[in-house]
Ligand binder design. Sequence first.
Ligand code: NDP
Length: 388
Amino acid sequence: MNKKIIILGSTGSIGTSTLNVIKNDKKSFDVILLTANNNYKKLVQQAKFFKAKNVLIKNKKFYNTVKKLLKNKKTKIFSGDVPLNKIIKSKVDYTISAIVGLAGLQPTIDAIKISNTVAIANKETIICGWDILNRYIKKFKTNVVPVDSEHFSIRELTKNVKNNDIDEIIITASGGPFLNTPLRMLKNVKPKEAIKHPKWKMGKKISVDSANLINKVFEVIEAYKLFNFDKKKYKVIIHPQSYVHSIIRFKNGLTKMILYNADMKIPISNILYDNKNIYLNSKSINSKSLNKISFQNVDTKKFPSILLIEKCLNMGLSAPIIINASNEVLVKLFLEEKIKFLDIVNTINKIFRDKEFKKYAKRKPNSVKNIISIDNWARLKTINMCTL
Ligand code: NDP
């Protein structure tokens, strides 16, 4: 039987990598739904190539164009905020949740209700909405697997492992494009330099998050939510080659890690094929690469975002929602060249010091409505801070 698959955010970097995986084995998959926000051209191309049963273009402006371009095809076309259960009537095997930002929260909740397995790349959804996701995961008995390379590795390394077995969980960071840039030069870096990641090909938002290492703040929170190991056990270190994605130091004296090349097709295909019989169109690590492997501590003067980890984990259940919302706004402003690179983390620090911060950070993020209201407060506050 073919595997039925939905890809939320199919036109993005993770969405495209997923389609590149299934392209090699097209006959084994039925593409049930592909979604995009604005990129209707790519969505239509993908729909034609994979004979998608349904497509959803979020921006209603493009609905008629998509309809015209897919005329004579069997693909059904939807637009706007349509709940997934209005489009899909029977369970699917896999959903890849790869929308960027909090916009992915509601579609991911919907996907949990109608999928056997949901592979989540959309880390913003996990860090802001895990308690809600978890309720639905339990209710619908959905298998949820992280796609993010660090979390995919932690999951592989900690199957049947208890909190008490672990001394330390190390999440690695490549250090991004500015690892070797002097601090004084960071003031004037441009968006095109920030999104030029040396190891990974990713969407613009996560590329900026990787350039100032705030991505690691999100990843520690993401890991803490997903695996429920003690938050004090997490550490971030720099590993410029990006072969090792996480390291687990066990109490029994063993330290384990998994190595693989910086290619998201590797975790994605392992998820879709349950780690076996994979046709991998990706380079594996050879012995030459192992000669070059190195690790170093994070320079927190240069990357002060790392100091936000402790604050985020200890200043209230909704602190991650605030930092995420503020960061989404700031990254957009930086990409539009309206603020400077260092303003991103500086402004987030100001938000933490705001007199209203505690009130919002302490709220319980137990409904989508609550999350949106905290998110809205943080977005507005951030915009105000940047335009003052
Ligand atoms: P991209 O920016 O490349 O793609 C984002 C996708 O989401 C696109 O399909 C985009 O559509 C769609 N989208 C954007 N905004 C909205 C919206 N408001 N509503 C609905 N759909 C929307 O991002 P990535 O693929 O790089 O990342 C996706 C997620 O995966 C992020 O959360 C990221 O942190 C995470 N991740 C990514 C990794 C990577 O290697 N890229 C690695 C690990 C995690 P359109 O094309 O029309 O704009």
